[in-house]
Structures are given as C-alpha cells and as structure tokens.
Design a protein around this ligand. Structure first.
Ligand code: C2E
Ligand code: CA
Ligand code: CA
Length: 631
C-alpha cells in the first residue's frame, strides 16, 4: 500500500488467541496498515468508541460476549455502524456464515486462513469502504448542494413574492393617490363653479355659459335667449333682524323653490348675496321669459317657514335678451341689473324688461363715467362761489364752494349727477381733495388781496365717502397748511345722512375735525331722518335748512315747521343758514324768526372767482347785498 500520500488505514483485530493476533498483526503491519488489537468483544467495543478503525477483523468464539454479539453491539454504535466487519472463525458451516452476514458482517473468513486471502479480502473491503465513503460523501455533497439550491430557490421565490407584494402595494398606493388626486381635482372644479350654500352653479359658471350662448346667437340670428336677474325683496331686513343663519336658510329655500320653476333649457345660478340669475337658452320669444318671471314671483310670494319664523318676501326681476344684440356677457349683466333696478324702483315684486331707452341711459352714464375719469385727471373743473349773507344786514359772511364741470360736448354737467358718479366710482376721493384745496386757496388769495375785509368763511361740501377715508382729518389739515388757510375759516358741510353714517362708523372723527378748528355744518337739514336731539350729542355749529322748507314758507304749516326748527336749533346753540331763498318774502319771514343767515338767488347765484374778486375790489369795507329790513 502506498502510505506516503495517505494516512495509513486502521484495522482492528479482535481475537482471544495471542498467536492469531500476532500473526495477523505482522501480516497487516507488513503491508502498511496500522493495527489495533482487542482480545475480547467488550474491549473491542471500547476501542472502537475512541479510535474509529477502517475495518474490523472479528473472531467469533471468544470468552465473554462472542463475535456475533460483539458485531450486533458494534452495529448499534452510531460511530461504528458503517465500519466493515469481517468474521474470522473456525465455525465453517453455512448456517453460521449466513448468521454472521445477516448480523451485518461484510465477509466471512474461516480459520485456518490463507494470509493472501485475508489480505486480499481486507484490501477489497477497504477499497469498497473507501469507494463507499467517497460515494457517500459525494451523495452528501450533492444532497447538500441540492439543499442549498433548494434553499436558494426558496429564498429567491420568497424574495420574488415579497417584491411582488411590495410592488403590488406600491401600485395600489399609486392608484389610490391618483384617484385621490382626481377626486380633489373634481372637488376643486366643483367648488370653483358652484355656490357652497345652495349648491347651485355660481357666477363664474354662469358667465361661461352665457358667453357660449352669446356666441351661438351671434352665429345663428334665429337663436333667441333671455336672461332674468332675480333680486330678493327685503332680504337684507330678514338678514339684519333675524340673523345670518336664518338668512342662509331662507336663501336655500328660495333656491329650491326657484328650481321648481325651471323646465328644459333653463339654467339657474346664484349670483351672490340674494341675487339669482337665470338663462333661458332657447327662449323662442320674450313671452317665455315673462311667463317664467310671473311663475317665480307667484312662487316666492308664498311665505317661507324658517326656524319657526314665517317670512314673506318676493322678487324683483330684470329681463333682457338676444334682441339687444349683445357681444359679451358683461354687457348683458350690466343691462339686466339696470332692468332689475327699475323693477325695484317701480315698487318691488315686479319684473321689468330692459328697454332701448334704459340701455341708452346706462350707456350715456358709462360714457359720463369715462369722461369724468379723464376730467379728474386733467382737473377740468372749476369752482363757483355762492354768497352766504346775514339776513338782517345783507352783509357777506362767506361762500359755499360749488363744483362746476363744463364738458365740451355735454355742456354743463349737473353737480349732483357728477358727485353721484364720483361717489360710485371712487373718484370722489381725488375730486373732493381738489375742491377742498381750490376753495381754501381761493379764500386765502382773497384774504391776502383784501386784508381789510372782515373775516369770511368758506363752506365746503364733504361727501360721506370722503369722511370714511382713513386719515381724512390729517389730509384736510395738510391741505390747509399747503394753502396757508386757517381751519377756523372752513365750514364743512355734511348732509344729515352722511353725518349719521360717519358718526356710526367713527364718532371720534367728528370730534377730531372739531378739535382741529373746522366748523361743522349739517347740510340739507330736514331731508334726512335725524332728530335734533341726536345731533345735539355732537359739536355742530350750523344747521343749513333745506330749500324745500324755505319753499314752503308761503303756507301756515310751513311757517310753523320752520319756527320749530329755528327755535330748537337756537336752544342747542346752533346757527342757522336758510338755503334757496329766492323771494324777499322768504327772507322777511326767516328774519322775523331770527334765522341768522341765508343763501339763494335773491342775493346771488353761485359766481365764478373773477366775479367775486370784482365784488371785493368795488366794496369798502365789506360786501353788502340789498335786503329787506322789515322786522
Ligand atoms: P347743496 O350743497 O345743497 O348746494 C346748494 C345747491 O342749491 C347748489 O346747487 C346751488 O346752486 C343751489 N342753489 C343755490 N341757491 C339757490 C336758489 O335760490 N334756488 C335754487 N333752486 N337753487 C339754489 P348745485 O351747485 O347744482 O349743487 C347741487 C349739489 O351738488 C349740492 O347741493 C351739493 O350736494 C353737491 N355739490 C356741489 N358741489 C359739491 C362739491 O364740491 N362736493 C360735494 N361733495 N358735493 C357738491
Ligand atoms: Ca351744501
Ligand atoms: Ca344744501
């Protein structure tokens, strides 16, 4: 055997005969096996436990346990079960051989034995064992590889499953996110075009729809549409007196009643506040619109029950339509609003179809608005000054500054109209400042030019909107400073209603104006709803009695009213100016009632600054208008 490369194989010889042992030892040792010996079964089992031989030569007949028993026990040892065992015995009958082989021996050698045979068999079985072992190892390795492969496959499959599950859930999340996004988009879209209170389409939606309808009518001259603008009568009263919650609920109920009036091709939208708008897309003629307006009015006249309140309301409706040849939705709105307003003015609960004249009025008003804008920019105005005189002496006390606008095409534009437009458009701010500056500047000029004149005051009209402007007091003071006029020469004319509005939003303002030296004058007294006792709470210097009262002085009742006003004003320490005095008799009556001052055509109409300057030049030392002195 080649022992140089491999460790020597180990053979355990179990025999009770020392001769046999020696013989076999020598034999095996010679060919290079490592030899272990045991003289009985027990010590053989013991040896095998510690040194695992590659082969066992086992004698059968031994003292103690015999070879068969030893073999059986060895077979049961886990560390020895696979060691080939060759029986060597003198028992040569077949039954014993079969028994030995059945127990698990690999071979059977009968004694006396042939050395070559013993060697050959040992070598054979050792080779077989080596082969068997390497086969076993290969099998083991393969099994291990297969197992590893199986494990790998299993773990791969698991990973694939996991990844698939991950991907699936990611996909689901993505799909959900997409759905959420779509839903959000739809919701936003819905919100953008619907009113949250009534769930009706809103203004934006309506404008788009109307724009499309107009385009259709432009392309098809036979196509007729109509628009109804529905404004709820007295809604503000309900809202103010019963509260917003009731107001909201009422609007919802109104919306659903309006919906019951609709048929095919009719679109309803909430326009804002208590305004609803309706588009009849295929109106055929205006009769359908008329009929719809009547139905709506009947429906809305029935009482509403909200939170236990029985509420009566109604609707004023404006109507216009394709016969006006509209090109854009904003024009339709402008006109239908005007028609609605006319319906309201006519006494609520009515409908009004826009007429050509109404449209012309609106257009000329818009034109005027445009012109006014430009006039304010280029200061195309001037002031006229109307004298205010002492009723007993006729002596000039001051002037009221009144705005004048001469338009190259329109001629003189009525100040009342121009002020109304300026207030609506917000132009009153800069226009009012200009008036204030100009009037102050003019009086200051006269003061400087004619230093010997007794002190004069300038009455300047202030609109309610001017009073609401933040910082108005300091702005007026600044203008006084710029012109060099002392504020005590200025009497601010504020109409009764403007005054009460101003007081309601800021009482402080009135006191501030007074504190800064301005005189306060209630204009058009008697036309508003204020009572003198309310006005008494504020530092008012002068009451200007409206022209209407002066006009009525010819009758007894007129005289009595005037006397009451004058007496009351005096008892509150206010001075009086009577406006619009045109006749001597009026002056006489007023004088007899101790009204201090007057203004009117009897003395002078408003004049331009040149005329007034001439008066000053000709007067010495003061200007006196002829008055009746009958007391
Ligand atoms: P008001 O403040 O009551 O001004 C008096 C108006 O009565 C003036 O009309 C004046 O010309 C007119 N008047 C004067 N004496 C008589 C008379 O004897 N008989 C008659 N029938 N009328 C007389 P005007 O100038 O047309 O102004 C109308 C209104 O326009 C003014 O009424 C005032 O409310 C407003 N207004 C005029 N200028 C201004 C201004 O600069 N600012 C503001 N905020 N309003 C102004
Ligand atoms: Ca006035
Ligand atoms: Ca007045």
């Amino acid at each position: 055997m080649d022992s140089s490369n491999h460790p020597a194989q180990v053979v355990l010889i179990v025999d009770d005969s020392p001769t046999n042992l020696e013989l076999l030892c020598d034999l095996l040792d010679d060919v290079g096996y490592e030899v272990l010996v045991a003289q009985n079964g027990e010590s053989a089992i013991e040896k095998v436990r510690y040194t695992k031989p590659d082969l066992i030569l086992l004698d059968v007949l031994m003292p103690g346990i015999d070879g068969f028993e030893t073999c059986r026990r060895l077979q049961n040892l886990p560390e020895a079960g696979d060691i080939p065992i060759i029986f060597m015995t003198a028992l040569s009958d077949t039954a014993n051989k079969v028994k030995g082989l059945n127990i698990g021996a690999v071979d059977y050698i009968t004694k006396p034995f042939q050395q070559e045979e013993v060697l050959a068999r040992i070598q054979l079985h050792l080779r077989m064992r080596t082969l068997h072992m390497s086969l076993q190892q290969e099998v083991q390795e393969r099994t291990a590889t297969e197992q590893a492969l199986q494990q790998l496959t299993a773990s791969l499959e698991q990973r694939i499953d996991e990844r698939t599950a991950d991907l699936r859930s990611a996909l689901q999340e993505l799909q959900q996110a997409h759905l959420d996004l779509l839903e959000r988009e739809q919701k936003l879209h819905y919100q953008a075009f619907h009113d949250s209170l009534t769930s009706l389409p809103n203004r934006a939606w309506f404008m788009e729809r109307l724009e499309q309808t107009i385009q259709r009518s432009i392309q098809d001259s036979n196509y007729v549409y109509a628009v109804l603008f529905v404004d709820i009568d007295r809604f503000k009263v309900v809202n103010d007196s019963l509260g917003h919650l009731v107001g909201d609920e009422l609007l919802k109920q109104i919306a659903s009643r309006l919906q019951t009036c609709l048929t095919d091709n009719i679109q309803l939208a909430r326009f804002g506040g208590d305004e609803f708008i309706i588009l009849l897309e295929d109106a055929r003629d205006l009769d359908r619109a008329r009929h719809l307006a009547e139905t709506i009015q009947e429906e809305l006249q029935l009482p509403f029950i909200v939170n236990g309140y029985k509420i009566y309301t109604g609707a004023s409706i404006g109507i216009t339509g394709s016969s006006m040849n509209y090109q854009q939705a904003s024009d339709v709105l402008r006109d239908v609003d005007v028609a609605m307003y006319q319906a309201k003015v006519a006494g609520r609960g009515r409908y009004q179809i826009l007429t050509y004249q109404m449209q012309q009025q609106v257009l000329s008003r818009l034109h005027l608005e445009h012109e006014l804008r430009q006039a304010v920019e280029s200061r195309d105005f001037c002031l006229h000054y109307q004298p205010i005189v002492a009723l007993d002496t006729g002596e000039l006390q001051g002037f009221e500054a009144l705005i004048r606008w001469y338009h190259p095409q329109l001629g003189w534009v009525s100040p009342a109209e121009l002020i109304a437009i300026a207030e609506e458009t917000g132009l009153i701010g800069s226009l009012g400042e200009w008036v204030f500056y100009e009037a102050c500047w003019q009086l200051r000029q006269w003061q400087k030019q004619f230093p010997n004149l007794p002190p004069l005051s300038m009455h300047i009209n202030l609109s309610a909107i001017q009073l609401k402007q933040p910082g108005i007091v300091s702005r007026l003071l600044q203008l006084c400073q710029e012109t060099g006029l002392d504020s005590q020469h200025i009497k601010l004319e504020i109409t009764e209603s403007s005054f009460l509005e101003a007081v309601n939003s800021s009482e402080l303002l009135i006191h501030q104006l007074k504190k800064e030296g301005f005189h306060l004058c209630i204009d058009d007294f008697g036309t508003g709803y204020s009572s003198l006792s309310r006005l008494h709470e504020f530092p008012i210097d002068t009451l200007k009695i409206d022209r209407a009262f002066v006009n009525r002085l010819s009758g007894d009742s007129g005289i009595e009213i005037m006397r009451t006003i004058i007496t009351l004003a005096h008892s509150l320490d206010m001075e009086l100016v009577a406006e619009g005095i045109e006749r001597t008799t009026q002056q006489e009556v007023l004088l007899s009632m101790a009204c201090e001052f007057g203004q009117g055509y009897l003395f002078s109409p408003p004049v331009n600054s040149d005329t007034a300057t001439q008066w000053f030049q000709n007067a010495s030392p003061s200007i006196v208008f002829p008055v009746s002195v009958v007391r």
